[in-house]
Design a protein around this ligand. Sequence first.
Ligand code: ZN
Length: 279
Amino acid sequence: MTRDLSKDNRFLSINTATVRAWDLKQAVEGIARAGIPALSVWRDKLQAVGVAEAARLIRRHRLAVSGLCRGGMFTGEGRGGLAKALEDNRRAVDEAASIAAACLVVVAGGLAPASRDIADARQIVREGLAELLPYARAAGVALAIEPLHPMYAADRACINTLAQANELCEALGEGIGVAVDVYHVWWDPNLANEIARAGKGRRILAFHICDWLVPTTDLLLDRGMMGDGVIDIRAIRALVEAAGYGGFCEVEIFSKNNWWKRPPEEALATAVERYRTVC
Ligand code: ZN
């Protein structure tokens, strides 16, 4: 199989969620076949083939790994469950190291069960990150806090802005940064300042792209292909690059009613085309 690794795709990465119907082996092969130099891996796909085999597959196809999704979820069982969450996070760090992922993406977790105390949830996240960080540093794995759009504050992530993520990073020191996902941050009036702030600390570890559809019909699983929505992706990319980010643009599309119903090859081909034309 000839490999058309066009220079144009040099900074393109595909998150396995975008090609959800494929297992990891199929995803690695499909992404390499499309001339795309990198992917980002979800842990369930990784564990399904086994970490060692995944590492072999990725190496054999000479793909870079822009991230492992995901660690975090520190609050799922409240403060009492933090030790258990940390155990899983340490496993995630080990997995990220095994596949040489550029970072472990960290999604904070939302409110603890039956809680109305979002300040406390944020405190638990801070404690969890502080405890995980030395382990991640020792493993050589950077933690990338991904602030999520505020609509997920209750059930997925109580870290909702880049400002919050930057504050955490600045408090916690080396080895931790941010994942800038256009879907989550495009609306933020402080976006330019906060991207610059993250860049000053060399803390931009990942850049995720997709689009915000109008209307959005599912809070989680209706992300659009770049160019089909309202996000000025090119402008945000220019901000992260001006801030010193030189890594991959990772296409991360959860799309229950559209892209997940189509063949993954079609999603890939469209992502490549849109990456070139609108990103
Ligand atoms: Zn993302």
